[in-house]
Structure formats: structure tokens, C-alpha cells
Design a protein around this ligand. Structure first.
Ligand code: SAM
Length: 281
């Protein structure tokens, strides 16, 4: 009997992956956590049935979340990751020797435990001595932080369920307050292609624009995300991600990547018209 995982992207569009084994399935206080083994994408994590990451293509998402800000601001030392319980963003951050502190605020401890057990490739750096994990709501955690972080990465689920609060003006305003005067905020804006996601992208971008002087979107192609196209938000108090990119300085770090490079860095901020039109209110 064939086993398939199917995610509904819209009422009329579904995405399916053939499953070899269902490795893990638990209901936490916040969501249903599943990890499956597939023939095409290796192991993958879903939360409440939504695709979070696959072993095969997570490198694209995590490299683009981390190396874009890290190549823009050369002196990032203190980083906050909100969500990201799979450890992928933390793994990429730990490749920078000049980072001294990584706070990971993940609401659901069961996600971390499951990823440590079944997704070691993503969760491999969670024990790094610079990493401190807080199992709490990022919306509440950020309220008590002021002028502390050089970079905040919001790697949450989409704006439904526990992730909803992380797309509000209050949250973005508190991120601004928690950042130093050269601070950068990067967040996942989901897919611009289907209307439900496009509306949430529009709203989130508007709210961020109300808090930060420099705000841009950039995109990457992620095969297992809706429409294969994913958009990230880049918000900054000082640095411009293109004008201030020091290609030589980043390349001298000798960090080997499979997706990110400094040409992609310059190119990914060029947006197709249908996304640009979303931003014109
Ligand atoms: N790459 C995925 C994506 O783009 O949808 C995100 C993956 S990561 C596993 C998402 C994490 O955000 C989950 O582990 C979830 O528990 C966490 N999360 C959701 N809402 C949160 C909140 N309010 N505070 C902290 N973590 C939260």
C-alpha cells in the first residue's frame, strides 16, 4: 500500500510526497509534530500537517535566512532566533566565529527534541556553547529585550496558530527596540504566489515598513514550499543589503555553501513584477 503526504496549498492545489516511513508523530501543547522518511526529499518535518523542512532542500532556506544578513553587517555578535526549533538557522549561524551569543526562542520543546532525535543534520549545532534555548513564546520574550541583538531572525511557522503573534506591529516594534543601532531583522514572509499567503506577506511588510528605515524583500526557490517560491523580509536600522555588501570580506571567511553566494546576494533582491505590485499599496 502506498503512503503519501499531501499538503493543501489552496482549495484547488495540493502537493504530495511519497512516504517510505512515518518515523514520529506526537501532539504537543501547541501543534501536531510529524517526521517522515521520503524517497525523494529524505526526512521531513511537518507541523499541524504543514511542511516545515526537508533534509534535501532545507539548506536553501537556512542559508538564505542567515548569510544575507551576515554578509551585510560584518560585526554581528549577538543573534536572536525566534522559532527555528529544527536548528537549521542556528547551524548556519554557528559557522561564524565572530558570533558570541545565539539565543533560540522556540515555543515548543517537543519540536527541538524530535529534531535532535530524527533530523540530526539540521539540529547538529543546538549544543554549541554559544547557543541558549528558551522554551517560550517569542512574542513575550522580545518584550523584555532592549538594544541587545545585532540580528534577529524570525523563523516561525506561518501567521496562523502559535506563529500568529509574530506578524504583528507590536512584535515588529519590539524587535526594533531589542536591536542595537546597527541591527537587522530577517523574517520568513512565506509564498507570494497564492492569494492567502500574498495577503499575509503584504500585511507583514506594511507593518515592518512602519518600524524600520530600510526594508526590502528577497526571494529564493524552495521546491517543497508552496509554488516553489519563497520570500524573506530584510529590515535594517543602518545597513543596506546591497550597497553595504562587502563581497571580499564575506568570501575571505571561507564559508562553504550550497546555495548562497555573493552573486545570489545581489540578485535575490530583484523581484518579479507580480511581487513588486504586492508591495505598492
Ligand atoms: N522553515 C519553516 C517555515 O518557513 O515555516 C519554519 C520552521 S520552524 C520548525 C517553525 C517553528 O516556529 C516551530 O518549531 C514552532 O514551534 C515555532 N513557533 C511558532 N510560533 C512561535 C512563537 N510564538 N514563539 C516561538 N516559537 C514559535
Amino acid at each position: 500500500m502506498e503512503l503519501w503526504y499531501t499538503e493543501e496549498h489552496t482549495k484547488n492545489v495540493r502537493f504530495s510526497i511519497k512516504v517510505d516511513q512515518h518515523l514520529y508523530s506526537m501532539q504537543s501543547e501547541f501543534q501536531r509534530i510529524d517526521i517522515m522518511e521520503s524517497y525523494e526529499f529524505g526526512r521531513f518535518l511537518t507541523l499541524d500537517g504543514s511542511m516545515m523542512l526537508t533534509e534535501k532542500d532545507e539548506f536553501i532556506y537556512h542559508e538564505m535566512m542567515v548569510h544575507i544578513p551576515m554578509a551585510t553587517h560584518p560585526r554581528i555578535q549577538k543573534v536572536l532566533v525566534i522559532g527555528g526549533g529544527d536548528g537549521g538557522a542556528v547551524r548556519e549561524l554557528c559557522r561564524y566565529p565572530h558570533i558570541t551569543e545565539i539565543d533560540l526562542v522556540e515555543i515548543d520543546e517537543m519540536v527541538v527534541e524530535a529534531c535532535k532525535q530524527y533530523l540530526q543534520k539540521t539540529a547538529c549545532a543546538l549544543d554549541d556553547s554559544r547557543v541558549h534555548i528558551y522554551y517560550e513564546d517569542g512574542l513575550k520574550f522580545i518584550r523584555r529585550m532592549k538594544n541587545h541583538y545585532d540580528l534577529i531572525i524570525v523563523d516561525s511557522t506561518d501567521p496562523f496558530g502559535p506563529g500568529e503573534g509574530l506578524f504583528t506591529r507590536e512584535f515588529y516594534g519590539n524587535c526594533y527596540k531589542a536591536l542595537t543601532e546597527q541591527g537587522i531583522l530577517v523574517n520568513q514572509h512565506a509564498s507570494p504566489y497564492y492569494s492567502t499567503y500574498a495577503q499575509s506577506l503584504q500585511k507583514a511588510h506594511e507593518r515592518i515598513k512602519g518600524c524600520f528605515p530600510i526594508t526590502k524583500l528577497y526571494s529564493a526557490q524552495i521546491p517543497t514550499y508552496p509554488a516553489g517560491n519563497w520570500v524573506f523580509g530584510f529590515a535594517s536600522k543602518l545597513f543596506d543589503p546591497i550597497k553595504d555588501l562587502d563581497t571580499g570580506a564575506w568570501e575571505d571567511l571561507g564559508i562553504e555553501t550550497q546555495y548562497y553566494n555573493t552573486d545570489i546576494h545581489k540578485g535575490c533582491f530583484a523581484l518579479p513584477n507580480y511581487i513588486k505590485q504586492l508591495l505598492v499599496k
